[in-house]
Design a protein around this ligand. Structure first.
Ligand SMILES: NC(=O)c1ccc[n+]([C@@H]2O[C@H](COP(=O)([O-])OP(=O)(O)OC[C@H]3O[C@@H](n4cnc5c(N)ncnc54)[C@H](OP(=O)(O)O)[C@@H]3O)[C@@H](O)[C@H]2O)c1
Length: 294
């Protein structure tokens, strides 16, 4: 097996610890760890399991031997940290710097790009726990990568070596890509909580809400996977059943008024999906939109 690259981690929190453990296990050599506090840097160095790594609170003191520097600080300090690293010039020639933010692009690292380093970002679509478990959290996940050509190539190799699947994003599209991930993950939680609250309002034991809805949810996800989102749609809107939708609105207004705005809004988006599918006439579309506008 070809020798893998050495890496340094700047910002030793949840993502930093997950990368340190997995990269080390995959054969990358840990060479340095820096964090705001020395204790976090030491802890993640221990997680990487290599005694010879440099540890500091100053990034440029630990990056000198690294082929790849991973910036896993919080998003709001990435740019400033990169600027300081460029000023202190502690990296070796040809090194690549990748940050792991989902929302920000490699342009945050412009000062390091100007200093001649390869810059990019590698975003694991994964939620890392506070205490990393024994399981490789990169196995089977998708990882969005973007940046300069060579940095992207090294990020691609890293993602695949960790067991993930890399896919490239346009640098200019990074923020909207992140908005998509928020809708898919965070708003799914909001949606599930809302469905469970409505079920509770119907008299079902709130403790059983998720268990009752889960087969329906999983079946819907399966249909999206096999047929695509537009064809997966079922229910009264795609059937054009205006009477049922009107009855829902009246009942929610009476029994769960805090849910009405959400029902209206999602309902209107659902009408447009039904219309795209061609399952409702223009007249039914207008009628449904009127019912869902209050
Ligand atoms: N957590 C996830 O699930 C996840 C998933 C995908 C991507 N990401 C990305 O990974 C990055 C880190 O997120 P995280 O969740 O790992 O955050 P986190 O757990 O809060 O860790 C960030 C670490 O950065 C350190 N830090 C803060 N300011 C610093 C500075 N100025 N210089 C050096 N180190 C500094 C902190 O160190 P001390 O402990 O020393 O105070 C902290 O441990 C973000 O860009 C995030 O978007 C996270």
């Amino acid at each position: 097996m070809a020798t893998k690259e050495s890496f340094a981690i700047i910002g030793c929190g949840r993502a930093g610890a997950a990368f340190a453990r997995a990269l080390s296990a995959a054969g990358y050599t840990p060479s340095g760890f820096a964090s705001r506090s020395l204790s976090s840097a030491r802890q993640v160095s221990d997680i990487a399991g290599y005694q010879g790594a440099n540890v500091s609170t100053l990034p440029w003191e630990v990056t000198g031997e690294a082929d790849i520097v991973l910036l896993t600080t919080p998003d709001d300090v990435i740019r400033h940290t990169a600027e300081e690293m460029a000023v202190h010039a502690g990296m070796k020639e040809g090194a690549a710097v990748l940050h792991c933010s989902g929302a920000l692009s490699s342009t945050e690292l412009v000062s390091l790009a100007d200093a001649g380093f390869q810059t990019g970002s590698i975003h694991p679509l994964q939620s890392f726990g506070v205490a990393p478990s024994g399981k490789n959290p990169f196995e089977g996940i998708m990882m969005g990568i973007e940046g300069e050509r060579e940095a992207v190539e090294r990020a691609r190799i890293m993602a695949e070596t960790l067991g993930g699947t890399p896919f490239q994003i346009d640098t200019a599209g990074k923020m909207i890509y992140h908005a998509a991930a928020v809708v898919a993950s965070n708003y799914l939680v909001t949606l599930m909580k809302s469905a469970m609250d409505l079920l509770g309002a119907s008299g079902v034991d709130p403790e059983k809400g998720f268990a009752i809805l889960k087969p329906l949810i999983m079946g819907t996800l399966g249909n999206i996977e096999s047929s695509g989102a537009v064809d997966a749609l079922t229910g009264p809107i795609v059937r054009g059943d205006t009477a049922i939708v009107r009855a829902h609105v009246a009942t929610i207004r009476r029994d769960a008024p805090q849910m009405l705005a959400l029902y209206h809004l999602l309902g209107k988006h659902t009408v447009e999906i039904a219309s795209e599918r061609g399952s409702i006439s223009d007249e039914t579309r207008r009628e449904l939109l009127s019912v869902l506008s209050g």
